[in-house]
Design a protein around this ligand. Structure first.
Ligand code: AMP
Ligand code: MN
Ligand code: MN
Ligand code: MN
Length: 296
């Protein structure tokens, strides 16, 4: 059998991805991925459909989620992997976050209306599955209306702090997000750490608190990481005893540069999070299994 190919961070139409869970799995299979985690924002609504599709294709689907967290006045994303999606504490927490999202979506609509952009809530809703509306859905709408050339321009001009459609709010705390994931039997992972633009001191603080709460891993490899980011976060993982994860953060085909199945390998000096999983192919992995329990 050939080497497993992991992608542990992806989105579907259950949140702000553009492919249904079934379409996402088919695309992952075509790209050679054999172990795929579906990690939609604040929802696990796509996991059952993705699991069925993965079974049909003979690949492994890891039930996951990406939880929105407010930490030190900034938004940080915590991915949960290997979660039991029926765990009530987790689901109650996610429901609360989606309630805030629903209110925020209407509020974004009001604020854009004051800025001369009418019916944005209704428009964004049509870009979503109707149950979870995120900023990305507003971004796609405004691109379609010709107000910006791409979604990242919409974010910059309308949706980030200081801009007309920005709505501040409180997501989960770091501690509760990690607790929900652990209650559901999962492993918590700091998503795309380079995106937060933290100073070294802030990063050490984040990782320190995350570990105190029982966090397990950090994304070392992800699409928005440069080569230097990968090496830097591999070193953080190694020296701060975190497992290393790898996930594209694929949202669909709108970013031509972001394709499934193209992630670089994890550097040899860190321990892949999948080494702690029962089906892991330890024989073919780069780090000896005895490293797993080493706190050095
Ligand atoms: P939300 O959780 O609804 O506030 O939206 C966060 C999502 O918006 C992220 O997961 C990305 O998919 C997307 N996003 C955030 N910042 C940008 C950006 N600058 N350009 C494009 N998409 C972005
Ligand atoms: Mn997103
Ligand atoms: Mn994210
Ligand atoms: Mn994501």
């Amino acid at each position: 059998m050939s080497e497993p190919n992991y992608d542990l961070h992806t989105h579907s139409t259950a949140s702000d991805g553009t492919l249904t869970p079934t379409e996402l799995v088919a695309r992952a299979v075509a790209a050679g991925i054999t172990v795929l985690a579906l990690t939609d924002h604040d929802t696990t609504a796509g996991v059952i459909e993705a699991t069925t599709a993965a079974q049909m294709h003979g690949i492994t689907l890891i039930p996951g989620v990406e939880i929105s967290v407010t930490w030190n006045s900034r938004t940080v994303h915590i991915v949960g992997l290997q979660i039991d999606i029926n765990q009530p504490l987790l689901q109650d927490g996610l429901t609360e976050l989606r309630t805030f999202r629903a209110w925020r979506a209407k509020e974004i609509g009001h604020r854009l209306a004051k800025h001369g952009i009418a019916d944005a809530y209704e428009g964004a809703r049509e870009f979503s599955n109707g149950t979870l509306i995120g900023r990305t859905h507003f971004a796609r709408l405004l691109v379609k209306r010709g107000l910006a050339v791409d979604t990242s321009e919409v974010f910059k001009r309308f949706l980030v702090q200081g801009k007309p459609g920005h709505v501040a709010g409180q997501w989960a705390t770091l501690q509760t997000a990690v607790e929900w994931i652990r209650a559901a039997g999962g492993q918590a992972v700091i998503a795309h750490p380079a995106r937060y633009r933290l100073t070294r001191t802030q990063l050490f603080k984040l990782i320190g608190e995350f570990r105190e709460h029982g966090g397990a891993g950090i994304e070392v490899v992800t699409s928005t990481h440069s080569r230097d980011d990968v090496l830097n976060f591999a070193l953080h993982a190694r020296t701060q005893q975190l497992l290393a994860s790898a996930g594209s953060d694929f949202h669909g085909t709108e970013h031509a540069w972001l394709q499934l199945g193209r992630l670089p390998p994890l550097p040899n000096n860190c321990t892949p999070i999948w080494q702690t999983w029962p089906f892991a192919d330890t024989a073919s992995s780069s780090v000896a299994p005895e490293r797993l329990n080493t706190k050095s």
